[in-house]
Design a protein around this ligand. Structure first.
Ligand SMILES: [Zn+2]
Ligand SMILES: [Zn+2]
Length: 385
């Protein structure tokens, strides 16, 4: 079989914030679905920053060329042997964490930490071989076992979550990564309670979902920190009560004046990339006993979080009983989170449709990433006919 796919030939650019045209769109040979595999006709794939880290080299994968895209949804075309949970015609979300269901994390309801995650950045698919090849035979890896900026993919059955059929597949796609990660970071990893003050760093798909979740949890004050005026204007639509331009005023000073020096109960960091000093700025907005949840990916050689001395540094991290938590996929299981979020959307409790700012064709993928880097979108989505 042949399919069109967006892929990057190699990693490495000088400026991680600068857009360029290094994502290629071309035809690959796609393997027939083997044992445990599902052939999916992709209908939508969200434009997430994590693919960009594969392009820039901040998060290098072990094998290039690499097919990008990990926030997809579509319709099952065919199934291989030993696939029972879906059949042709079913609507599905694709999850970048192919939970095995048997390891200690899966058994304990923490599928997002499944041992299979260790292989997500490796080359071949789970069966040890590649499902995509360029015309000259070059093996193409699939990012997070998916690579679903593609008309069609063949992926492991554990990467496929069956979903209801009355939700647009562009909305379903968002629950495969950004929306569930942002929402879960605020509801599962953070302990936001009614009356809390929450500071959200960055307003993309994750940040906007975290703001909606903080609002849902009953937070009193939700402060969005973003250098782009367009983002700050949009923040109120998702439930933000205040916004800060970090180029005009430090978030720390703003939160201090807002809370009479008490500071925030919780900060959530979803900036474009987590660097020590930027995460430290977020840490500086929380109170004693408060918590910081870091969601964004970091360069692979980053090895610390700054705890600014003006907040009491490492000494007051302990004495002030402060917490710093990581968050992967929002701390919940894709097989639980995806259907639950779609149910909330259908019930009118979660405005997932507000997250989609713009849609693109596959050929416009570089424009989509350029717009993401310039902060034009909350979420861009590539749609397939
Ligand atoms: Zn993502
Ligand atoms: Zn597992």
């Amino acid at each position: 079989m042949k399919t069109e796919v967006a892929y990057v030939e190699d990693s490495g650019i000088d400026d991680r914030y600068e857009a360029h045209d290094s994502i290629k769109v071309g035809e690959v040979d796609l393997a027939e679905p083997g044992v445990n595999e599902v052939h999916v006709d992709v209908k939508a794939c969200g434009i997430c920053h994590s693919d960009w880290h594969v392009v820039s080299g901040d998060n290098e994968v072990e094998h290039y060329p690499c097919a990008l895209g990990h926030e997809g949804a579509g319709v099952v075309k065919a199934t291989g042997e030993a696939v029972e949970h879906v059949e042709p015609g079913d609507h599905v979300a694709l999850t970048w964490m192919p939970a095995c269901g048997k390891c200690e994390f899966c058994a304990n309801g923490r599928q997002e930490l499944c041992v299979r995650g260790a292989g997500m950045l490796q080359g071949p698919q789970m069966h040890g071989d590649y499902n995509m090849h360029l015309e000259d035979g070059t093996e193409v890896s699939q990012y997070a076992y998916l690579g679903c900026y593609a008309d069609e993919v063949v992926v492991h059955k554990d990467s496929v979550v069956s979903v209801r059929e009355d939700v647009d597949l562009s909305i379903v796609a968002l629950t495969g990564c950004g929306a569930a990660t942002g929402f879960g970071s605020a509801t599962n990893r953070a302990n936001i309670e009614p009356g809390d003050t929450v500071v959200q760093f960055g307003l993309g798909g994750l940040g906007a979902s975290a703001v909606m979740a903080a609002d849902y949890q009953g937070a009193d004050r939700i402060v969005v920190v973003d250098p782009l005026e367009s983002k700050r204007k949009m923040a109120h639509e998702f439930g933000a009560t205040h916004t800060v331009d970090p180029e005009e005023e430090t978030p720390e000073e703003f939160v201090a004046s807002l809370t009479d020096g008490r500071m925030a109960d919780c900060a959530i960091f979803t900036g474009s990339i987590a660097l020590p000093e930027e995460v430290g700025e977020a840490y500086a907005t929380i109170r004693n006993g408060g918590e910081l949840v870091t969601v964004s990916s970091s360069p692979l050689d980053a090895d610390r979080i700054d705890l600014p001395v003006r907040t009491g540094g490492l000494f007051n991290f302990t004495m002030g009983e402060r917490t710093v938590k990581g968050s992967l996929y929002g701390g919940w299981a894709p097989n639980y989170a995806i259907p639950r979020m779609l149910e909330m959307y259908k019930e009118g409790d979660l405005a997932l449709d507000k997250l989609v700012s713009q849609t693109y064709s596959l050929d416009e993928i570089n424009q989509g990433y350029s717009d993401m880097l310039e902060g034009k979108n909350i979420r861009g989505v590539v749609e397939f006919s």
